[in-house]
Design a protein around this ligand. Sequence first.
Ligand code: NAI
Length: 301
Amino acid sequence: SSSFVSYDGRVVVVTGAGNGIGRAHALTLASRGARVVVNDLGGAVDGSGTSGAAQRVVDEIVAAGGEAVASTDSVATVEGGRALIDTAIEAWGRVDAVIHNAGILRDRSFAKMEDADVTSVLDVHLGGAFNVLRPAWPHMVEAGYGRIVLTTSSSGLLGNFGQSSYAAAKAGLIGLMNVLALEGARSGILVNAISPTAATRMTEGLLGELAERFDPQHVAAVATYLASEQCELDRTILTVGGGRVGRVFIGVTPGWYGGREPATPDDVLDAIGEITSLDDFIVPKGGADEIALIQQVLGSD
Ligand code: NAI
């Protein structure tokens, strides 16, 4: 390859980097010259408990000749997010990129879920993004540079039984991506998301016979590209697993125009085929693009 993704001392915060996909992100980033804040509370898959997972990954990075510091702060609280970004600033005085990857699972059908199955999952995945990115943001704006990678999921984008809170949090991250991309544009901040599939403790027993092919390293390569200076993508969702990389997008169709007088429910019933047809969709770059599309239709009537 003639292209090279490099970090050259840039400072990257990776949440949930003590295990699985986040660990692969941290090791890959460090191998490209990034200085990495390895954040991990070190809990179990359901978020309970703590351990030294972050420090173990830091030790691996340092042993390989890289630079990293550990943070055991929980991203699920405002204070934890602030302390995590403080760790980056105290160590190296800057935050060039944040990969928010920390996550927990508490699968339960909607009928059976308990209060904590809602709040704890929302707090880590979606709340965590706010808790970490809000303190990181002013540093990026001041530097006129930033890269943000959020971790969404096929559960959130497409649905998965028993994962209502997880899916809502993961889809919520796409809403956050869309707005931060717009607000960060004039400050050189690019915001993208990955939707991974990887063999980790989180997916143990779920990926079938080919599980070992779903090496988290496949995901780390894409995240390390997205968080780099070489990345020019913005507001884009890349889906990656087992070496296959694709894109997921939200499209809007031209739809049906019912005229100047408000349609009746019966008109909608009659037109529902045309309304829901996927032909000739566009991929808007923001909400304003859809308003422009409507204005174009109205203008020609
Ligand atoms: P994992 O369980 O191996 O890693 C997640 C890490 O996040 C753990 O080390 C955990 O301690 C850490 N963490 C949890 N709560 C935290 C908190 N409050 N503060 C700091 N760290 C915390 O799981 P995996 O598979 O590596 O997942 C990484 C991300 O990818 C998650 O966001 C997950 O939802 C997402 N994902 C994974 C998929 C897969 O196929 N493995 C599929 C779709 C999404």
